[in-house]
Design a protein around this ligand. Structure first.
Ligand SMILES: [Zn+2]
Length: 324
């Protein structure tokens, strides 16, 4: 949190409409404040390094380079979103942050707002890939005839997609107008998304502010671990190592926050696609199988434009007003 931003906490909480827009401008840029922003050229170079590192792997040796690059960007970008999501669970648990509302939504909001604050074309593309992944996941579930689990701790796939879209559009309606159009986000919702973004960005800043590390405080220790990948999953260990996403995220987390306990980030073979914050081990666990699942998603519908994957906007005009 920069010292020049106390204006935000001095004002009423930005949930009320007229206050929301100016506060969006004031609240931006704090989650990663103090840490250098990622350099787009460096992001591109790391993606290229990952493509190079896996290009000789038997699984992909016949895949055209452009397709391999697109698949790698989709997969590693989604793993970065997942890593930030799990990081949010880690921060909530380690720092004892209050959680108002569903923690899973808060974790998605953290990942989205953090990437939006980086303000690079690369992070914007990564968020669009996260949206796309949820849309593909929804379509795949319907194609497989899976039941919708309404009681799940997480939102439904399409809701998770639209929460990301809404925060993006809310953060900058002009910049993300095309995204809103492609995904059929209705005009009235685009307007309320500014409030969603303002609340998410402001609340995460507010919650983390007391835990920002001062220069006198020792940097929190952390470990990066690569478990043995089974079979052809070794391709993901190669890709993760080449991008350095685990090392980079951990480094920033240690720079920025005064954690109560040392933490770890581990990639491992789990037996299923997944990722979690393990409270007992104080560790983010990223399963190689989850990266593999993103590859499968990309194979299914990854090359389709977002507009084709997006559901129609529909209408709730006939619905009763309900409470607001
Ligand atoms: Zn979660």
């Amino acid at each position: 949190m920069q010292a020049s931003q106390p204006t935000v906490s001095g004002l009423p909480r930005p949930w009320s409409w007229p206050a929301a827009l100016p506060l969006v401008a004031l609240a931006g840029g704090a989650l990663w404040a103090g840490a250098p922003l990622p350099d787009p050229a460096d992001c591109a170079a790391r993606l290229e390094a990952a493509v190079e590192a896996i290009s000789t792997h038997p699984r992909v040796k016949d895949v055209p380079r452009a397709k391999l690059k697109a698949t790698t960007e989709f997969t590693t970008g989604n793993m970065l979103f997942v890593l930030l999501h799990e990081t949010a669970h880690g921060l909530i648990s380690d720092l004892g942050l209050p959680v108002l509302g569903r923690e899973e939504d808060a974790a998605d909001a953290f990942a989205t707002v953090t990437m939006l604050e980086m303000k690079t074309e690369f992070t914007h593309r990564t968020l669009v890939n996260a949206v796309k992944s949820w849309m593909i996941s929804d379509r795949r579930s319907r194609e497989y005839g899976e039941n919708v689990i309404y009681y799940d701790a997480h939102g439904l796939d399409l809701q998770r997609a639209y929460n990301i879209i809404c925060l993006m559009v809310g953060s900058d309606p002009d910049q993300f107008e095309d995204l809103a159009n492609e995904t059929n986000l209705p005009q009235d919702r685009r307007e309320t998304c500014a409030g969603d973004y303002s609340n998410a960005s402001w609340s995460w800043d507010k919650a983390l502010q007391p835990h920002l590390r001062t220069p006198e405080q020792e940097r929190t220790k952390y470990q990066i671990l690569y478990g043995k990948p089974e079979g052809s999953l070794d391709i993901f260990e190669r890709a993760f190592r080449a991008t350095g996403i685990m090392e980079r995220v951990a480094g920033r987390l240690a720079d920025l926050y005064a954690w109560r306990k040392p933490f770890s980030i581990e990639a491992r073979t789990c037996g299923d696609p997944g990722a979690t914050w393990d409270v007992t081990e104080h560790k983010v666990i990223l399963c190689y199988e989850l990266a593999d699942d993103f590859v499968q998603q990309y194979k299914l519908h990854g090359e389709e434009p977002l507009a084709k994957l997006s559901p129609p906007s529909g209408s709730r005009s006939g619905a009763p007003m309900g409470f607001r």
